[in-house]
Design a protein around this ligand. Structure first.
Ligand SMILES: Cc1cc2ncn([C@H]3O[C@H](COP(=O)(O)O)[C@@H](O)[C@H]3O)c2cc1C
Ligand SMILES: O=C(O)c1cccnc1
Length: 352
């Protein structure tokens, strides 16, 4: 498939790493006492190429699309809910709407292929790759090669159209835990059964049916070879757009706050194309959806939170956002031992 991802070069800057480490270690706290937030400070500094990273105009982007596979009864809710939730996002009543408002983050919803027509409004980008969503992946590829490239490019363009240097990414699309499960099994090599979960809340019989359908889909597309072939086979448009968005964001060295299972599935695709995309990614949480832990382990990711969330929309990423803000603010605002006149480690008791 012809698509060249934007360049995302790994940046190993030993001098900057040493300067950041020095700065973090001299803040007025016991060595290492801010735990994972110290790793976040280091990551933000390396990403931005400076010892005093800043968060400028952070944005929430929610990519939405429908899935043909939903017709096979793989979700507890009907596809209509995707369009209804897009309206709810815009009306301010969804979980992500509340959290974005709480944190003062502008929310942009991207219709990448939600069923039904909708008017462009503030906060809504309408660029459906196909107006009815993806095709049923149990009958053939969810999308054509051209559609796959179009969705990837859509994600890149959306990122290019919003300001700032940090993105909180989310998704909406009934049936998309199925696409995410298929992608996770494909990219991690984990058994499909370990990647398939209850999504919006299937009961035991529903879960068994979902696994049966997804096993057929995986079987049908067993020959897919490249990352983009897998993406096109399993879908969806919002996942492909998210992969494009993450690659563009990493290319521009913007910080990406990764939400749950579905956003991480999109990252598996982006990572397969440009492994250094991970340098831009902060992992918000480990979702309750089976398969997310597998995807995180494959990426070597250590998420900030574990709240048994299974919502999506970017809600987990928005909940973790204050931790990112906190880490950057602490790096910027805390005094150093020297500036505050506080005694450093006692050389007689320090061990390492
Ligand atoms: C009211 C409602 C709001 C949601 N917000 C996110 N999702 C989440 O559920 C869907 C994935 O689960 P499945 O694969 O089982 O369909 C996605 O749209 C996801 O974002 C929602 C689902 C519902 C029903
Ligand atoms: O973790 C997620 O992103 C998720 C889990 C269940 C349903 N929707 C989203």
């Amino acid at each position: 498939m012809d698509w060249t991802p934007p360049a995302v070069a790994p940046r190993a800057d030993a001098a900057l790493t040493a300067r950041l480490r020095q700065r973090i270690d001299h803040l007025t706290k016991p060595l290492g006492a801010l735990g994972q937030l110290e790793a976040l400070m280091l990551q933000a500094g390396l990403l931005q190429g400076r010892v005093d990273p800043r968060l400028d105009a952070p944005q929430v982007l929610v990519f939405a699309a429908d899935h043909g596979l939903a017709a096979r009864g793989v979700s507890a809710y009907p596809s209509d809910v995707t369009a209804q939730m897009v309206e709810n996002f815009l009306a301010g009543g969804a979980a992500i709407s509340v959290l974005a408002r709480l944190h003062g983050l502008p929310l942009t919803v991207v219709d990448a292929g939600v069923r039904g027509a909708r008017a462009v409004r503030p906060g809504l980008i309408v660029r459906p790759v196909a107006p009815g969503g993806t095709a049923d992946a149990s009958l053939g590829p969810a999308m054509s090669r051209a559609q796959c490239v179009q969705a990837l490019e859509l994600g890149r363009e959306v990122v290019g159209s919003v300001p700032g240097n940090a993105l909180v990414l989310g998704e909406m699309g009934i049936g998309n835990t199925s696409a995410a499960a298929l992608l996770t099994a494909h990219f991690t090599g984990a058994p499909l059964a370990a990647c398939v979960g209850r999504g919006t809340g299937l009961d035991d019989a529903g879960l068994a049916r979902k696994l049966e359908v997804l096993a057929q889909v995986a079987q049908r597309h067993a020959g897919v070879a490249t990352p983009l072939e897998a993406l096109a086979a399993f879908g969806g448009f919002e996942i492909a757009a998210l992969a494009g968005a993450m690659l563009q964001a990493a290319h521009e060295r913007r910080l990406i706050v990764v939400d749950g299972f579905i956003v991480t599935a999109a990252l598996l695709v982006a990572h397969a194309l440009r492994p250094a995309v991970l340098e831009a990614c902060v992992f918000a949480h480990c979702s309750d959806e089976a398969g997310h832990a597998r995807a995180l382990a494959h990426l070597g990711a250590r998420p900030l939170l574990a709240l048994d969330l299974r919502l999506g929309e970017g809600s987990g990423a928005a909940l973790a956002w204050p931790l990112v803000v906190g880490a950057v603010a602490l790096l910027d605002g805390m005094a150093s031992f020297d500036s505050a006149g506080i005694s450093g480690r006692d050389a007689s008791t320090a061990t390492a």
